[in-house]
Design a protein around this ligand. Structure first.
Ligand code: 8Y4
Length: 257
C-alpha cells in the first residue's frame, strides 16, 4: 500500500489543481513501482496535527480519487475517519476504508456497512493530539487484541461482513518505542483472528529513534527493514512511502519463502 498524502503545498501558490495534479502524478509513480493499493488521505494524523474540516478534506481527496478511478485499475483506499468523506470517496471510486479510529465516529459503522467495501480497523490509544503523552498498557499485544475483538463485534453487529475486515495494531498511535518493538516482535499473535493484517511503520519516529534520531529523509532503509520484519511475522499489507525500495526487499524475501 503506497501512501498518498494530499495536503496543500505551502511552498507553492499553484492552488487546488496544482496539488491535485501533483498527487495524481505521485500515485501513478507508486503504481508503476508496484503498489497494489493507493491510500489517499487528506488529513494529517501525525501526533499533534491540526484537524481538517469535512469540506476541506473532501476538496482534497475526491478529485484525486476520481482521476485515479478513471485512469488506473489499482485499488484505492480512503484514509479517513469521517463518514461523509467515506461515502463520497467510495462513490468516487474508492474500494476500501482505512480508518485510524476503527469506525468509532458517529455514523461510521453504519456508513461502512452501507458502502460494503473492505475496512481497515486500526488501533489507537487516545487521540492524535494526546496519544503520545503517556501511553500505558497491561500487555500491549493482549490489550490490542481485546480492542480488535470489540471492534470486530461492533462491525458484525452493524452489518459489516467479517471477511471485509483488515486489522492493524497502529504503530506509533499511543505507543512508546518499547510498545512498538513488542508489537513488531509479536506481530504473529494478531493472526489468531483469521483476518488480513496491515502494518504501517514507514518513516515513523520508532525508526528515527532507533537510528539515533535520524530525520525523516534518512529513514528509508530502516522503514524497509521494518516492513520486511512485519511481513515475516505475518503482515499481509505494508503501508509505505518508499514503494520501489520496499518492493525490491519483498522480492528478495519472496525468493526464499
Ligand atoms: C513521518 C511520516 C512521520 C509519516 C510520521 C508519519 C497508519 C495509517 C497513518 C498506520 C494505517 C504516519 C493513516 C501516520 N499511519 N493507517 N495512517 N496504519 N492503517 N506518520 O500505521 O504515516 S498516518
Amino acid at each position: 500500500m503506497g501512501v498518498l498524502n494530499i495536503t496543500p503545498d505551502s511552498f507553492s501558490d499553484g492552488g487546488q489543481y496544482f496539488d491535485t495534479d501533483k498527487a495524481i502524478e505521485s500515485a501513478k509513480r507508486m503504481i508503476s513501482q508496484g503498489a497494489d493499493i493507493i491510500d489517499v488521505g487528506g488529513e494529517s494524523t501525525r501526533p499533534g496535527a491540526q484537524s481538517v474540516s469535512i469540506v476541506d478534506e473532501i476538496r482534497r481527496v475526491i478529485p484525486v480519487i476520481e482521476a485515479l478511478q478513471y485512469s488506473t485499475d489499482t485499488p484505492i483506499s480512503i484514509d479517513t475517519s469521517k463518514p461523509e468523506v467515506m461515502k463520497l470517496a467510495v462513490e468516487a471510486g474508492a474500494n476500501m476504508i482505512n480508518d485510524v479510529c476503527a469506525l468509532s465516529a458517529d455514523g461510521a459503522l453504519e456508513t461502512a456497512a452501507m458502502l460494503s467495501v473492505d475496512v481497515c480497523l486500526m488501533h489507537m490509544q487516545g487521540s492524535p493530539r494526546t496519544m503520545q503523552k503517556n501511553p500505558t498498557y497491561n500487555d500491549v499485544v493482549d490489550d490490542i487484541k481485546d480492542f480488535f475483538s470489540q471492534r470486530i463485534e461492533a462491525c458484525i453487529e452493524a452489518g459489516i461482513a467479517k471477511d471485509k475486515i483488515i486489522l492493524d495494531p497502529g504503530f506509533g498511535f499511543g505507543k512508546t518505542l518499547d510498545h512498538n518493538l513488542e508489537i513488531l516482535k509479536r506481530f504473529n499473535e494478531f493472526k489468531s483472528f483469521g483476518l488480513p493484517l496491515l502494518a504501517g511503520l514507514s518513516r515513523k519516529s520508532m525508526i528515527g529513534t532507533l537510528l539515533d534520531d535520524r530525520n525523516v529523509d534518512g529513514r528509508v532503509v530502516g522503514s524497509v527493514t521494518g516492513a520486511i520484519i512485519a511481513v515475516q511475522n505475518g503482515a499481509d499489507i505494508v503501508r509505505v512511502h518508499d514503494v520501489l525500495e520496499t518492493k525490491d526487499a519483498l522480492t528478495i524475501l519472496g525468493g526464499v519463502s
